[in-house]
Design a protein around this ligand. Structure first.
Ligand code: B12
Ligand code: SF4
Ligand code: SF4
Length: 313
């Protein structure tokens, strides 16, 4: 088995090979907010309340507690797709786990990486900007990545298999990256993701995907699936991989898929029957790395519902 990031002894910083970054002056934050408001005023952005609740705080402003911040650092960290084998009724079912798993990289490691490798001076302050910015637009506007037609951010060498992070700092860089949002060249004559999206979320006429139909909006959280959602649409333990796995720009990174630890026949049955116990919570939190045992009472029903639709469809 290829070694997985949480099994490596990383120390205080993350290896250069798994991340890329860009820096931007905070003077562009207002322009980032304008980008969003223009699209919103044109009616291109969904008013779905769950979706709006995810993005309502990201107003591209500085936190009151850090008004002296001067720059923002946006980082893409390569996050390979995982699969997990569920043993069920004598067969092995390989199920995809997208970026929801804990890869073991901590906020402290990211901050240390910024201080020692990007700024090169540990006396500056670095604070998480996640709740203040929309990360994809920031990454694309700084030139760290480009938009795919599926609305994901693609970064050289990582495809779209990545997590984005952003941090404010009071360090002022000489460099200030700020460009127009660009679409990937490979999208020009391609509409593969549009064809593979199981719910028709990607369209020719609005570049912004129709979030109301995106499978991930429903299977990341608890609750019943909408009646219009066909059970054959489901393809991952959480989220959806159809527009990314079908994308030619991801063919190379898809070969870097790794495995989580297998879930036994007995455990799979308990998940499908919705009959958990503390031992199962502990075991699943270690194997799937998608929740801590104390978060299991929320996540278990989500995983159970999603697995039922995948294995019993
Ligand atoms: C809300 C949210 C969701 C929602 C809504 C998704 C969406 N597309 O908006 C739901 C729950 C559905 C979701 C699903 C997923 N998400 Co999500 N999500 C977010 C969140 C919180 C905000 C996303 C956002 O900004 N939406 C607002 C829309 C309007 O912005 P946008 O998608 O960037 O759209 C822009 C383009 O359309 C562009 N545009 C418009 N017209 C034109 C024209 C041209 C020519 C061009 C070039 C551009 C352009 O302008 C728009 C606004 O900037 C971010 C985390 C964060 N804090 O930023 C993670 C985030 C975007 N999600 C992420 C991931 C991995 C996913 C999933 C792949 C998970 C999965 N496997 O199922 C799916 C992918 C769905 C998809 N195709 O987008 C990653 C993205 C990684 C990447 N490579 O881009 C993020 C950054 C989380 C992270 N920390 O890494 N997500
Ligand atoms: S499948 Fe084609 S159109 Fe869609 S994001 Fe990938 S390259 Fe672009
Ligand atoms: S994540 Fe799935 S449902 Fe959402 S746009 Fe991509 S293929 Fe469509």
């Amino acid at each position: 088995m290829k070694s997985r990031i949480w099994e490596m002894d990383l120390g205080n910083e993350i290896p250069d090979s798994i991340y890329k970054y860009r820096v931007m002056s905070i003077k562009h934050l207002g322009e980032l907010q304008d980008d969003f408001e223009v699209l919103d005023s044109e009616g291109k952005i969904s008013s779905n309340p769950v979706f709006r609740s995810y993005i309502q705080k990201q107003q591209h402003n500085l936190p009151e507690s850090f008004s002296e911040a001067k720059s923002i650092i946006v980082m893409a960290v390569f996050t390979p797709l995982m699969t997990v084998n569920f043993h069920y009724q004598g067969s092995t079912h390989k199920i995809m786990v997208p970026h929801y798993y804990d890869d073991g990289i901590t906020e402290d490691q990211l901050k240390n990486t910024i201080l020692s490798k990007i700024i090169g001076d540990c006396q500056y302050r670095v604070e998480n900007a996640r709740m203040h910015v929309l990360l994809k637009r920031l990454a694309v506007r700084t030139g760290l990545g480009k938009y795919g037609r599926n609305n994901l951010c693609y970064v050289e060498g990582m495809g779209s298999f990545l997590k984005l992070f952003a941090f404010f700092t009071d360090f002022s860089f000489n460099e200030d990256n700020w460009i127009e949002a660009e679409m990937m060249d490979s999208c020009t004559n391609c509409n593969v993701c549009l064809k593979h999206c199981p719910t028709g979320s990607i369209s020719e006429d609005n570049f912004v995907i129709n979030v109301d139909r995106c499978l991930s909006l429903y299977n990341e959280v608890s609750g019943e699936f909408p009646t219009w959602l066909n059970s054959s649409s489901h393809n991952a333990l959480m989220g959806c991989m159809r527009c990314q796995l079908s994308c030619p720009a991801n063919s190379e990174v898809a070969t870097k898929t790794q495995k989580l630890d297998s879930v036994s026949e007995q455990e799979t049955k308990k998940i499908l029957d919705g009959c958990p116990d503390e031992e199962l919570f502990q075991s699943l939190s270690e194997k799937l790395r998608m929740f801590k045992p104390e978060q299991a009472s929320y996540f278990f029903p989500v995983i159970s519902r999603n697995l039922q639709v995948l294995l019993r469809k």
